[in-house]
Design a protein around this ligand. Structure first.
Ligand SMILES: Cc1cc2nc3c(=O)[nH]c(=O)nc-3n(C[C@H](O)[C@H](O)[C@H](O)COP(=O)(O)OP(=O)(O)OC[C@H]3O[C@@H](n4cnc5c(N)ncnc54)[C@H](O)[C@@H]3O)c2cc1C
Length: 403
């Protein structure tokens, strides 16, 4: 198991982070097929439609199904990305779009609980390096000493922490519910949705010639976007087989003591910056229990045929952690759990680029454990790139991963 696990919280960035590149553009009114109705594909389809494209969204098992990365109860939304300003800024845009869209969907999808970062050392670059960006956006974090932490959050054991930072602007998103709301809205606004497994057809004269569906149909469009999450490596094994890797990630829902259930519900999202396992927690979860996630990359996983069964050793370790950090959960039973695939790119950065040797087929993915929150901002960005109103961050190009 790899322990160099910073990619979720701070994807690699370089001087290229601010560079932008041009991709082919398409007339408004052109037809686009989007394959994959997870967070990336659903939001992208909705924004393409709003940008004036004719969009067909296709998924093998349905929006946010349980094998997909988007199919859990909740996801963290946080701006903190170490020194990586690109994602801080993308998150600021995403946050505004989540608020705007949830108003139009008539459903609360964003819960502004704040995000609490447990810091073990005086210097914690993952959080500290984001502070100037927070200041720039007038989204300052609050520094909390152990004394202040103990007073404000008595459920948390703080003696091994140097301090914490509280980001009052973050929180969590309803995951499955929001992807399904986006897909419903996409259909309501005039998009076509098909449930079917897709195979890309041949490439001829730099054009993908269409897609075959498991229902026997063949479809053609002016442009194609493959937002297939963990399956991208299977759909394009020659190009992406080694680029997108799928790891097995576990989340647990623990039962809290009855007299403390409200206090646990009222905790913010928290992240334990221990530099090893990177445990994190999310309140809410439709009363499923107190959620604990393990961010360290799990074993290699097949998103189609992998059994969603917990690894006893990983669970045992997680229990020890939860008992340590939240002492009143010492005897907490595990009441629900979930296995979810991470769709990892090699450096943790998202991918949006043309499929090599084509001028009409794009790959969108590499959420790498942190993509969910960015869904609306990324979808809007892709729609604007296709219509020629925006360029793509060079960091998202495939050439950075396959050369
Ligand atoms: C345990 C866990 C915790 C996470 N926590 C966070 C978090 O706190 N915050 C955050 O922002 N992000 C988080 N993430 C990451 C985030 O959930 C993902 O980056 C995001 O959901 C990826 O969305 P996607 O649309 O790319 O992939 P998916 O949701 O997997 O969607 C891909 C879709 O493509 C479809 N598909 C694939 N191949 C085909 C085909 N050939 N034909 C038809 N359909 C096909 C699949 O059926 C699937 O529905 C977490 C992920 C996991 C697993």
């Amino acid at each position: 198991m790899s322990r160099s696990n910073l990619n979720t919280f701070s994807p690699q960035h370089a001087s290229a982070a601010t560079q932008q590149s041009v991709l082919p553009t398409f007339e408004k009114g052109s037809s686009v097929i989007v394959v994959g109705a997870g967070a990336f594909g659903s939001w992208t389809s909705l924004y393409l439609l709003r940008e004036g494209f004719k969009v067909t969204l296709i998924d093998a098992w349905g929006p946010a199904h349980s094998r997909s990365s988007s199919g859990d109860e909740t996801r963290v939304i946080r701006s903190t990305y170490g020194a990586n300003e690109l994602y801080f800024d993308l998150n600021v845009q995403a946050l505004a779009l989540w608020k705007e869209n949830q108003r139009s969907f008539g459903q609360q999808l964003f819960h502004n609980t704040g995000v609490l970062w447990f810091c073990y050392e005086e210097t914690t670059p993952l959080v500290d390096d984001s502070l100037p960006f927070a200041q720039k956006h007038r989204m300052e974090y609050q520094y909390l000493s152990p004394l202040e932490l103990r007073k404000r959050f008595p459920l948390i054991y703080v003696d091994d922490l140097h301090h914490a930072y509280f980001d009052p602007y973050g929180g969590y998103l309803q995951a499955r519910q929001s992807v399904q709301a986006v897909s419903t809205c996409f259909i309501k606004e005039g998009g076509d949705y098909i449930q079917s497994f897709v195979k890309p057809k041949a490439i001829s004269s730099d054009k993908l010639c269409g897609v075959s569906l498991s229902n026997g149909n063949h479809l053609e469009a002016d442009a194609y976007i493959f937002a297939c999450g963990s399956w991208l490596g299977k759909v394009f094994p020659d190009v992406l087989g080694d680029v997108i890797t799928c790891s097995k990630q576990e989340v647990y829902y623990f039962g809290v003591p009855s007299h403390e259930s409200l206090a646990y519900d009222q905790l913010p999202v928290w992240v334990d910056v221990d530099g090893k396992d990177f445990y994190y927690g999310i309140p809410g979860n439709s009363n499923r229990g107190f959620k604990l996630g393990v961010d360290i990359r799990g074993e290699k996983f097949d998103p189609t045929s992998g059994d969603h069964i917990l690894d006893p050793e990983t669970l045992d370790k997680a229990r020890r952690f939860i008992t340590h950090r939240f002492p009143s959960l010492k005897h907490a039973p595990l009441i629900e759990n979930r296995v979810c695939p991470y769709e990892n790119s090699p450096d943790g950065n998202f991918i949006f680029d043309l499929l090599p040797a084509t001028s009409n087929a794009f790959v969108l993915g590499g959420g790498s454990g942190h993509g969910f929150k960015h869904g609306p901002a990324l979808g809007q960005m892709v729609a604007k790139i296709l219509s020629g109103d925006q360029k793509v961050p060079t960091l998202f190009l495939l050439k950075n991963r396959i050369e």
